[in-house]
Design a protein around this ligand. Structure first.
Ligand code: ZN
Ligand code: ZN
Length: 253
């Protein structure tokens, strides 16, 4: 029998206005599987919203960061402090691109590094493991010069993090996974901005044929288009179940 996996979307904002005027919440998403807890992209508010969901930070095993932008990392340092109980509990592993931890643009405070049990660097084609939970760097994305990767999590959750659409995605992204989460920031394609639009997300979903697709990381444009309506239209057109994430939404797959 397949084990159940729970995904909790703390927030669904993407882009300057929805995130930083708090039109929608941020904070990334939490994956719970067999008592293992992995938190992905701890943007602004993750620390507070996890508490609201009744999560004890000390039980979080793994922090996964797709890239260093603030909407994905604002609470990363706070969570390292909280999950490690100020360094008393060395249970937390961090998987992220190297640029999150090293180099002049790093965003993890150097003094917090010794609070972590393991730091693993995500690369394209490389699989990292934490207590049997796998994180595979599927493909390096183009995203405003930030080092970022699409990820396959626990072999079943395909996370298309922020990216400019590239044809190569259609070949490289694995097919037939249980759930595909797409950071679908714009409704209409904007060639000057390295984010996915609905049309591009549609091509990816059609090609990858997941059992379920979840769109999230919405700009103001998407917010005004009403993401639930957009998802419904995608479902009808593709014949694949597509839903829009809501702030606080809990999904069991
Ligand atoms: Zn970004
Ligand atoms: Zn983003």
């Amino acid at each position: 029998m397949r084990t159940r996996t729970k995904i909790t979307f703390l927030g669904t904002a993407g882009g300057r206005i929805t995130t930083f005027r708090l039109v929608r919440r941020s904070g990334g998403f939490l994956i719970e599987k067999n008592g293992f807890l992995a938190h992905v992209d701890p943007g602004p508010g993750a620390f507070v919203y996890l508490k609201e969901k009744g999560i004890d930070y000390r039980n979080i095993n793994l922090l996964i960061i797709s890239h260093l932008h603030l909407d994905h990392t604002a609470d990363a340092n706070t969570l390292i402090e909280a999950c490690s109980d100020g360094g008393r509990n060395k249970n937390l592993t961090l998987f992220c691109p190297r640029s999150v931890v090293e180099g002049s643009s790093r965003i993890i405070f150097p003094y917090l590094k010794n609070r972590l049990k393991v730091v693993g660097f995500i690369e394209e084609g490389k699989e990292l493991l934490c207590n049997g939970f796998s994180v595979l760097g599927v493909m390096k994305h183009t995203h405003h010069g930030a080092e970022t990767y699409g990820l396959l999590l626990a072999g079943e959750i395909l996370y298309v993090s922020c990216a400019r659409f590239e044809e190569r995605m259609l070949e490289v992204y694995p097919k037939g996974k249980r759930v595909m989460i797409l950071n679908t920031t714009f409704y209409s394609r904007r060639s000057a901005i390295d984010h996915l639009s609905v049309e591009e997300a549609k091509d990816l979903i059609r090609e990858c044929k997941p059992s379920l697709a979840v769109i999230t990381h919405f700009s103001m444009e998407m917010h005004e288009k009403v993401p639930e309506k957009v998802a419904e239209a995608l479902s009808d057109e593709l014949g694949i179940r597509v839903i829009a994430a809501r702030d606080g939404m809990e999904l069991t797959i």
